[in-house]
Design a protein around this ligand. Structure first.
Ligand code: PGA
Length: 249
């Protein structure tokens, strides 16, 4: 592992993403062992899968993570939680089932029956506050610079809300809907302000297709056009890249 010396935030580069996954899983295990009521912010997408596999594979995980609470960054709007393309299904498959976490410990921004998106968003934010706040948020970066579903144009102080997905994001996620269900046009997402409230952020980006947006997020002035650029404001943020994602720095 090497550190990028001239980056505006601590930036670690590994040869193989599995190295980052192992390191993050061990760190998380230690953090949760020290603080059994730990609150973890979870991300979906291809990037965090290896970290979840490593976490699930740690021999002591089930015992240690029993008190864990999680909040997910985002969820499709109008998609049943048990649809195979939902982020809830994704998290159950990759992390919650292996850790034996019950649904009450894992919260997603989604509307309950009869609830409006505004009410659901307020409930979600309130639950985060009642839990004491997110101790560590895992994050990926979209090719267009989005974090969670905060697409370009999202405000720095945005909070949890219903958003419309861009065509590029829907196209990127289409492989998760092989049954012919169209990718939903909307999603509920934590806002950028919500994300920046987490006590720590661990941001992951792997692959050459992320190199250009990683460069822009670190090197261009922070702006709404590149939501990931706002991560530089956080005092406890780390960026984990592989050589390919770091190749334009
Ligand atoms: P990915 O998505 O992990 O599938 O690349 C990241 C993101 O869109 O935030």
């Amino acid at each position: 592992m090497r550190q990028v010396s001239n980056s505006p935030l601590p930036t670690f580069v590994v040869t193989d993403p599995i190295e980052a996954a192992r390191e993050l899983a061990l760190r998380l295990r230690d953090l949760v062992a020290e603080q059994p009521n730990f609150v973890l912010g979870c991300a979906t997408g291809h990037t965090p899968i290896s970290t979840y596999q490593q976490l699930a594979g740690l021999a002591s995980s089930r015992a240690i993570f029993g008190g864990l609470r999680t909040f997910n960054l985002d969820e499709y709007h109008g998609l049943a939680s048990d649809h195979p393309g939902s982020f809830e299904s994704f998290m159950r498959r990759h992390l919650f089932a292996p850790l034996d976490l019950s649904p009450e410990r894992t919260l997603f921004p989604r509307c309950c029956e009869g609830e409006s998106p505004v009410q659901a968003a307020e409930r979600f934010e309130t639950k985060i506050q009642e839990s004491g706040g997110i101790d560590l948020q895992l994050l990926g970066i979209g090719r267009n610079g989005h974090i969670a579903f905060n697409e370009p144009g999202s405000a720095r102080d945005s909070r949890t809300r219903l958003v419309e997905l861009t065509a590029s994001t829907r196209a990127a996620n289409a492989p998760d809907f092989p049954d012919g269900t169209p990718v939903p046009t909307g999603a509920m997402t934590m806002g950028i302000g919500t994300i920046l409230d987490a006590r720590r952020l661990h941001v992951l980006a792997f692959g050459v297709h992320k190199a250009e947006i990683v460069r822009r997020a670190l090197r261009e002035p922070a702006s709404r056009e590149i939501p990931a650029s706002f991560l530089r404001e956080h005092e406890q943020v780390e960026l984990w890249l592989d050589d390919a994602a770091a190749s334009s720095l």
